[in-house]
Design a binder for this molecule. Sequence first.
Ligand SMILES: CC[C@@H](C(=O)O)C(=O)SCCNC(=O)CCNC(=O)[C@H](O)C(C)(C)COP(=O)(O)OP(=O)(O)OC[C@H]1O[C@@H](n2cnc3c(N)ncnc32)[C@H](O)[C@@H]1OP(=O)(O)O
Ligand SMILES: [Co+2]
Length: 133
Amino acid sequence: MKKIEHIGIAVKNLETSNTLYETLLGTPPYKTEEVLSEGVRTSFFRVGDSKIELLEALNDESPIAKFLEKRGEGVHHIAFAVDDIEAEVGRLTSEGFRVLNETPKSGADNKRVVFLHPKSTGGVLVELCQEIS
Ligand SMILES: CC[C@@H](C(=O)O)C(=O)SCCNC(=O)CCNC(=O)[C@H](O)C(C)(C)COP(=O)(O)OP(=O)(O)OC[C@H]1O[C@@H](n2cnc3c(N)ncnc32)[C@H](O)[C@@H]1OP(=O)(O)O
Ligand SMILES: [Co+2]
């Protein structure tokens, strides 16, 4: 794992939270993107070498909608950058972690992503992401 690539935060309203985080971080979001396969609209803020990813649900089936209903707004996942996502999936599977999607899927901001179930990681949803070159 190279670094914390981003921290994902579930929000009810992206525009409202964009304003809040722009004031908090002193910088505007550098991009907004929809990832339809995840049912999310997301915006990204740079923080040093890492990022904050705000996530708004696009529909009721979105994992973000379910999370908001159960837990309310707040930290949803931590994403780690990796060089070789298939190798990391193999390593973590053999260590007993529960991988939610063994085949990487398309994420936001030009990444392939894999999630680990929070029940296998001490209650934190973990995302692995590899930059698409
Ligand atoms: C923008 C694209 C991409 C990127 O490029 O960065 C993203 O970040 S997309 C982000 C949204 N997508 C995902 O989250 C995909 C992976 N998530 C899932 O597959 C599911 O959300 C889940 C983690 C498997 C949970 O789904 P489900 O089992 O249907 O929900 P439950 O509510 O029943 O949860 C079961 C259990 O797990 C706890 N939980 C759920 N979400 C989280 C979480 N984010 N962090 C910590 N714990 C979580 C939940 O509370 C339940 O526990 P108990 O209440 O103790 O049973
Ligand atoms: Co993410």
